[in-house]
Design a protein around this ligand. Structure first.
Ligand SMILES: Nc1ncnc2c1ncn2[C@@H]1O[C@H](COP(=O)(O)OP(=O)(O)OP(=O)(O)O)[C@@H](O)[C@H]1O
Ligand SMILES: [Mg+2]
Length: 352
């Protein structure tokens, strides 16, 4: 029943790609559950992959966004700009069944499509938080929770899991995603700048600033004021890890170890910001236990990943062999698939 946000305010770390892979895998391995992806990124990359990739998916995105009543996230936000403080309870009009567009994904996977219109709406959303009723900020920051509640209500099921793909920037729509989610998945890549991002997220969400006395985010201050919760860290996902040759492997390992140390020190100073899982498990007592609970590693699958995203084939349903992509024939090797399929499968087994 949880709502997961996939976010890091560092760009290009694999948020959208992982949203696509984990939501598809989760739906496949939980056939009795309903799985919803809310694409809160104006770039709509996760939507494009889910709807069939760079040709078919992009065509569908244009077709969906061109209709007068857009069945997209921006369509819903438009309704809320018109009725900011009273939920019109129309969220169930704004999702679609992904398998009607892409037969490679399971039938229990649903999507609120991303829309570049979010960018234009952002200032109007911010304006709705102030002025207005005294708790305008709280009500506006409940819009995405309202949307999810409407959709869940229309399903009338007990078992539904939601994944929200976010934009890297801590814009108002990312804030709305944070207020709507219980758990946070933080992808990072094995480069030096990912180390900074580990703490940047903490400052923005939990007010734990790097420098003592530094100004705190509006999001943190208002979440405190209105007693709204921020999501708890579910895990840090080292993505696109690779082992090309010994020298590269050593370089990667050194950087990943440095980032690992940073994450470990975050846990030591902020254990309350982490979501202990699975339920009933004791808190980790050693670094090894911590790693098992909160750190995930996903390999770089090279061509297989490119083909997976570009064709909208989840990695678990992609077979080795020659694929046709935009008229060109591309070879996907079994060895590339073997590098990533087990990672995604095992990662999704830890999501409840
Ligand atoms: N494990 C992986 N193996 C190979 N390629 C990957 C992997 N994860 C992501 N990629 C590729 O890396 C690129 C960036 O990924 P993605 O767009 O998902 O990042 P993002 O964090 O969503 O970016 P943004 O911050 O712009 O939203 C994409 O081309 C994606 O296909
Ligand atoms: Mg993205």
């Amino acid at each position: 029943m949880a709502v997961y946000a996939i976010w890091n305010n560092k760009g290009g770390v694999g948020k959208s790609y992982l949203t696509f892979q984990i939501a598809s895998e989760y739906a496949k391995t939980h056939p009795n559950a309903k799985v919803l992806v809310v694409d809160l990124c104006p770039q709509a990359n996760a939507s494009s992959m889910l709807l069939g990739g760079i040709i078919k998916g992009e065509q569908s995105l244009v077709a969906i966004a061109s209709k007068p009543r857009r069945r997209t996230i921006a369509g819903y936000v438009d309704e809320r700009i018109r009725s900011p403080y009273v939920s019109p309870k129309v969220g169930a009009k704004f999702f679609l069944k992904v398998s009607e567009y892409n037969d490679q994904v399971p039938g229990n996977l649903f999507l609120v499509v991303g829309d570049e219109g979010l960018e234009v709406q952002a200032s109007r959303v911010s304006n709705a938080t102030n002025p207005g009723p005294t708790d305008a900020w709280r009500i506006v920051h409940s819009w995405i929770s309202d949307l999810i509640a409407d959709i869940r209500h229309s399903w009338n099921v007990t078992d539904s899991t939601v994944f929200i793909d976010c934009n890297p920037s801590f814009s108002v729509y990312t804030e709305l995603a944070m207020s709507a989610s219980d758990r946070l998945i933080i992808p990072f890549s094995a480069d030096g700048s990912s180390k900074r991002a580990v703490r940047a997220v903490l400052a923005l969400l939990y007010g734990d600033t790097r420098v003592q006395g530094a100004e705190q985010s509006e999001f943190y201050l208002n979440s405190q004021k209105f007693r709204m919760s921020a999501p708890k860290i579910y895990n840090y996902v080292g993505n696109r890890l690779t082992q090309m040759n010994l020298a590269a492997a050593n370089a990667f390992k050194t950087v990943v170890d440095e980032i690992g140390k940073e994450i470990w020190s975050v846990w030591q100073s902020n254990p309350n910001q982490f979501a202990i899982h699975p339920a009933g498990q004791p808190a980790p007592r050693s670094r090894a236990e911590f790693r098992r609970m909160f750190q995930v590693e996903i390999n770089d699958a090279n061509t297989a990943s490119v083909v997976s995203g570009a064709l909208g084939f989840p990695i678990s349903s992609l077979a080795a062999g020659t694929k046709t992509l935009a008229g060109k024939r591309i070879m996907v090797n079994q060895s590339q698939l073997d590098r990533q399929k087990p990672n995604i499968r095992q990662f999704v087994q830890t999501i409840d």
